[in-house]
Ligand binder design. Structure first.
Ligand code: CO
Length: 131
């Protein structure tokens, strides 16, 4: 039901500053993308099949801005690929996980995504990404 790790999401205060830092470490850096529905500007940094998603808030009251205000910059979520996101959401609900989204939403690159509440998973916000 759950596939490979798709990416780890990192909340950053300034995406361009963070991208420059990862670039200097030797990571390949993807083009920044605005995901208006999530109130974020994101970019992926990559090494082989391994990806980090850097997320910057578009608004001072956005979820990423609120996260940084409370906890500082750093790890925000982990994302796993699933072949069928609606099936994965239903399976997790049946097993008692708190799936935040009623329906999958359009995330980065137009992919269907949904989130599981950290209350359900030992403090980890889990993102499902339909591969
Ligand atoms: Co993500």
């Amino acid at each position: 039901m759950i596939g490979d790790l798709h990416h780890v999401g990192i909340a950053v205060a300034d995406l361009d500053v963070a991208l420059a830092k990862y670039r200097s470490m030797g990571f390949a850096v993807g083009s920044p993308e605005t995901v208006e529905s999530e109130g974020v500007r994101i970019a992926f940094v990559m090494e082989g099949d391994t990806r980090l998603e850097l997320l910057e808030s578009l608004r001072p009251d956005g979820v990423i801005a609120t996260f940084i205000e409370k906890r500082g910059e750093g790890m925000h979520h982990v994302a796993f690929s699933v072949p069928d996101i609606r099936k994965a959401m239903a399976d997790l609900r049946t097993k008692g996980f708190e799936v935040i989204d009623e329906e999958p939403r359009r995330g980065h690159g137009g992919r269907l995504v949904a989130f599981v509440h950290p209350r359900s998973l030992h403090g980890v916000l889990l993102e499902l990404v339909q591969a």
